[in-house]
Design a protein around this ligand. Structure first.
Ligand SMILES: Nc1ncnc2c1ncn2[C@@H]1O[C@H](COP(=O)(O)OP(=O)(O)OP(=O)(O)O)[C@@H](O)[C@H]1O
Length: 650
């Protein structure tokens, strides 16, 4: 019901649907209304031109061509509908059903479909008609034979996607029968796109059927369809063009009606998969929430001041080490990424759901920062939005998101894409993040070809080198393999190689080791750390596991309920009592150590208690900081650091 309503909201579906209704009504009533005028020969009105009485004129036997066009609607429509419906069903049988019978059956049917598709459509139809003899039945069979492989290929492609899903594997494991798999698992999933395509094809079937009749291979007198009428009217086309153009208009009308209807349904299906907020007006949607978390701002200022202190200490240390040195240079890295007031919202009915609430943070060049928090705290949304990979349906607002000093907020998509090619992303699941139908080497090379225009051969050489750099044994020739032919660890390494290949300034790794076992996890994290050090890259590693982050990061940011509640130096993990936020303390105390008493249950985090404590912690009376304040504050800290360095240089 909801889906029907959704379809009816599309003007394209409404207009084309109305055209189809007109055709169906004509097919039903035309023989009764216009039958006599269409079939009665009248020697008094031979070959008349169009007039008020005979809109399309008359034929050589004095029959009204408009009436004949109306009457021909039924045969033209019915034959097209029959051959489309039969070939769609056959297409499902040939294309979708073998999916449940395993790889061998799929290979066989795939080869059959390929050979079938290799024959030119009209040639195959003509040969079939010649073999079967002319007439409506033979034409319908001929067209069914030619249309079936197209539907079979479509059904095969759609079903193969479903067949690869985890729930299908589970169904097979549970022993669900093949018939049940087809009817309850595959068909419901492929039905909508399949039906949309089939509807579009009805227009094509009408055209093909008419073409055969026009060539004299289709229906034969005294039976007639639109193609036959054009054939008959062709002889008088110079005297009375409407004799051929009239039935031609009917074909175009019917073809357009079904093609547009199929197109309209396809559009609506595509839209259904992209959450569209319908309850809010455009004005409301143009104004998503914009927030600035003042407590988070204070943390950023503190972190900047802390790093300034560390920088000063480093200058002092080097000075003490070599008091004679005329110049002591300790370059102070500028933030490669600087985010202020990032707010991410989803429209839910008439309200906004805001999982990320005005957060701010800086990532300095070359540093590895961890982003930790419970599931649903907004970690992935934050980092993916920074990389311009925001979740579908989300609305992202920010005071600024500066990457290498350039603010991407409000930037044109083309320029943004160019700038953000300096960010490499390592996704959680390498199996879904890598293209399953492309060899690994090709995928790596494509990054260089698309981003730098590197020639193919050179890009392939660099892809092989990159795979070797991430520790994949070159004798395994991973570059020639498809992703599914690699182990989980190798795939994750390949994805790191892909993120690294163009030496981005920042790597975003979203839970890069969740799917791996503990040993491989450690190897992959060590690899990430080493690659960042080797290429002087910054990285943000998103994880649930604060212990893992402690091993490779210099700083950790803690997210809780869509806010950054603490930013701390990893060294503090050794003195957890110095951590400020109750959630961070609870998180750290839940890490099991060698001293943990195994007879007692692991520490869990009491969400309610943490919320209460953090509410007490927040200083509600403090004036809200603005993005400018924070920029000034961190700027002041940076300036102080620069001054320290410059002074020392002198
Ligand atoms: N496409 C979406 N539509 C609506 N809400 C969403 C969508 N994606 C995320 N959210 C909301 O944003 C919240 C945060 O999502 P996010 O993926 O950032 O969590 P996370 O901290 O990365 O969790 P996890 O560690 O489990 O991946 C979710 O709990 C959900 O409420």
């Amino acid at each position: 019901m909801k889906r029907t309503k959704q379809f009816l909201s599309s003007p394209l579906v409404i207009v084309s649907g109305a055209m189809i209704v007109v055709l169906v009504v004509l097919a039903v009533i035309a023989p009764a209304v216009w039958g006599a005028a269409a079939n009665t020969e009248n020697p008094m009105f031979l070959l008349r031109k169009p007039s008020a009485e005979h809109w399309f004129g008359t034929d050589q036997l004095g029959r009204d061509i408009f009436a004949r066009t109306m009457v021909a609607t039924r045969l033209s429509l019915v034959t097209a509908l029959i051959c489309t419906a039969v070939s769609a069903v056959l297409g499902i049988v040939v294309g979708a059903v073998p999916v449940v019978f395993g790889k061998r059956a799929q290979r066989w049917t795939s080869s059959i479909i390929n050979v079938w598709l290799a024959f030119p459509v009209i040639l195959l139809a003509m040969l079939t008609v010649i073999a079967l003899g002319t007439g409506a039945a033979a034409t319908t069979i001929a067209l069914t034979i030619t249309m079936t492989p197209t539907f079979a290929r479509l059904a095969q492609t759609l079903s193969a996607t479903v067949a690869g899903a985890d729930y299908m594997a589970a169904a097979r494991m549970f022993g669900v029968s093949g018939r049940r798999q087809v009817f309850y698992y595959i068909l419901p999933e492929v039905a909508e796109p399949f039906v949309a395509n089939v509807t579009q094809s009805i227009g094509g079937a009408i055209l093909a059927m008419s073409s055969l009749s026009f060539l004299g291979l289709g229906v034969q007198p005294p039976v007639y369809d639109w193609g036959r009428l054009i054939n008959e009217g062709f002889s008088q086309v110079y005297v009375s063009p409407m004799a051929a153009v009239g039935p031609g208009i009917a074909i175009v009308f019917a073809g357009l009606a079904f093609s547009l209807f199929g197109e309209g349904i396809s559009n609506q299906i595509r839209r259904a998969y992209k959450p569209l907020p319908s309850a809010m007006s455009k004005r409301e949607l143009d104004n998503p929430p914009k927030m600035l978390d003042k407590t988070n701002m204070d943390l950023v200022v503190e972190a900047a001041a802390e790093r300034t202190e560390q920088h000063r200490a480093e200058v002092e240390r080097l000075r003490a080490e070599d008091p004679q040195a005329a110049v002591v240079t300790v370059p102070r890295p500028a933030p490669v990424l600087s985010v202020r007031g990032l707010t991410i919202s989803f429209p839910e009915g008439k309200r906004w759901n805001t999982p990320v609430k005005g957060i701010s943070f800086d990532i300095e060049a070359g540093e590895i920062v961890g982003l930790v928090g419970e599931s649903g705290s907004g970690k992935s949304l934050t980092m993916m939005s920074v990389a311009d990979l925001a979740a579908p349906g989300s609305y992202v607002a920010a005071d600024s998101i500066r990457f290498e000093g350039t603010d991407i907020v409000g930037m044109l998509p083309k320029d943004k894409r160019k700038l953000l090619s300096g960010i490499g992303v390592v996704f959680q699941d390498s199996l879904t993040a890598l293209n399953p139908s492309m060899r690994v080497g090709r995928q790596l090379a494509e990054v260089l070809e698309c981003q730098n225009g590197t020639p193919h051969r050179e890009a392939m050489e660099r892809a092989v080198e990159a795979l070797e750099h991430v520790g994949i044994d070159p004798t395994q020739h991973a570059e020639r393999k498809f992703p599914h032919e690699l182990s989980g660890g190798m795939r994750q390494r390949a994805m790191i190689a892909m993120a690294e290949i163009n030496h981005p300034k920042l790597i975003i790794a979203d839970e890069p080791t969740t799917a791996l076992d503990v040993t491989v996890q450690k190897q992959v994290l060590a690899l990430l750390r080493n690659e960042c050090a080797r290429n002087r890259q910054a990285a943000v590693i998103v994880s649930h596991d604060i212990a893992v982050l402690g091993e490779i990061c210099s700083r950790i940011m803690v997210m809780y309920h869509g806010a950054i509640v603490e930013i701390f130096d990893t060294a503090l993990l050794r003195t957890p009592e110095k951590l400020k936020h109750p959630y961070t303390r609870a998180l750290v105390s839940s890490i099991p150590t060698l001293e943990t008493d195994k007879s007692r249950p692991l520490v869990t985090i009491d969400d309610e208690l943490v919320s209460q404590q953090s509410a007490n912690l927040a200083d509600d009376d403090a004036p809200a900081a603005s993005a400018k304040t924070i920029a000034d504050a961190t700027g002041a800290a940076d300036a102080a650091a620069e001054t320290a360095a410059v002074k020392e240089e002198r």
